[in-house]
Design a protein around this ligand. Structure first.
Ligand SMILES: [Zn+2]
Length: 168
């Protein structure tokens, strides 16, 4: 029995889907060119970076933070991008704390397929909120768990909070 993987129905669909049927190209770059932030769940854009809801979340509130530029490695990022990414991490953990009250966070970046990067061409940081017992809950429910808050509701809560603190 593994507790390392949190599970959601939409994530399962993503994992089992034929990879060749997924849209070609980079979804982060595509979302940046579209004027559909609410339906793409793009939470916030800054000069150099963008924050998105992960559509295949490991847990409620799972966010992605990426530079706007399609860059694959840490070495390619310039000072402005590095600084803004850190600012976004601070702002978004505060915002998540305010709206869904996690008890902890996992924050990190997967570099390369071998490390689990699903989109290796465009570097992105994950913020995964954690609650005491969120992994243990799986064993009770036969390896399944339910993320109770829909992406739409989470998007609304986060963007409302960011507006309240003058960040949108
Ligand atoms: Zn890209």
């Amino acid at each position: 029995m593994t507790h390392s993987q949190l599970w959601a129905p939409w994530r399962s669909e993503y994992v089992t889907a034929d990879k060749t049927e997924r849209p070609p190209g980079c979804f982060i770059c595509r979302y940046l060119t579209e004027a559909s932030d609410a339906t793409n769940f793009v939470v916030r854009r800054s000069d150099q970076t963008v924050v998105l809801l992960n559509l295949y979340p490991y847990n409620n509130g799972h966010l992605l933070i990426a530079p706007k530029a399609h860059k694959a490695t840490l070495s390619e990022l310039n000072d402005a991008e590095l600084l803004e990414i850190q600012h976004q991490l601070v702002l978004m953990t505060e915002s998540l704390q305010a709206v869904i009250k996690p008890e902890g966070f996992n924050i990190g970046v997967n570099l390369g397929h071998v490390a689990g990067a699903g989109l290796p061409g465009h570097i992105h940081w994950h913020i995964v909120p954690r609650w005491n017992g969120d992994a243990n809950f799986m064993s009770v429910c036969a390896e399944t768990r339910v993320i109770v808050q829909s992406l739409t509701e989470l998007y609304k809560l986060l963007t409302e909070h960011l507006r309240t603190v003058g960040q949108l």
